[in-house]
Write a protein that binds this ligand. Structure first.
Ligand code: ZN
Length: 151
């Protein structure tokens, strides 16, 4: 029993600061292109995932200032407000209003050929709630959006 306990402690310490031993990190991938489109209209995360690692890849060639893409998650009813406030927030802020509490998670803006990823906890998500992800680059969210499902 003592051996098992110290082994468990070791593995816990090994990952401390990043994630707990019981964490289940679920990986998602999505890409955006020069035609202002995401390649997926829906992303789903199972209820037993404790963390989501999302990777956004820009498969196009255009620079971020012309055809930038990010990935911004909010509750579906908040999506329009997040997008409209994001326009005024400016490129330097990744087109996310500073301190916007409606934003559950977001990546930075990337341009053609670039990839970025984020990890966020599912503790901010509720089963059965309707979530939507968008690209908040000005003018993109009407085309670049999808449903995000948890549970
Ligand atoms: Zn975009």
């Amino acid at each position: 029993m003592k051996v098992i306990r110290s082994l468990a402690l070791c593995s816990l310490l090994a990952v401390a600061g990043n994630a707990f031993a019981a964490d289940k990190v679920c990986k998602l991938e999505i890409s955006g292109n020069d035609q202002m489109q995401f390649d997926k209209k829906e992303l789903a995360v199972a209820a037993d995932c404790t963390q989501v690692e999302l990777t956004l890849k820009h498969t196009g060639k255009l620079p971020a200032q012309a055809m930038g893409h990010n990935w911004v998650l909010s509750k579906t009813p908040d999506q329009a407000g997040v997008a409209s406030d994001g326009i005024g927030a400016g490129f330097a802020n990744d087109h996310i209003k500073k301190g916007d509490t409606r934003v559950i998670a977001h990546t930075k803006i990337v341009g053609g050929g670039q990839t970025t990823s984020i990890t966020f906890p599912t503790s901010a998500l509720k089963k059965g709630e309707s979530y939507t992800y968008i690209c908040s680059f000005p003018g993109h969210s009407s085309l670049m959006k999808g449903a995000f499902k948890f549970g």
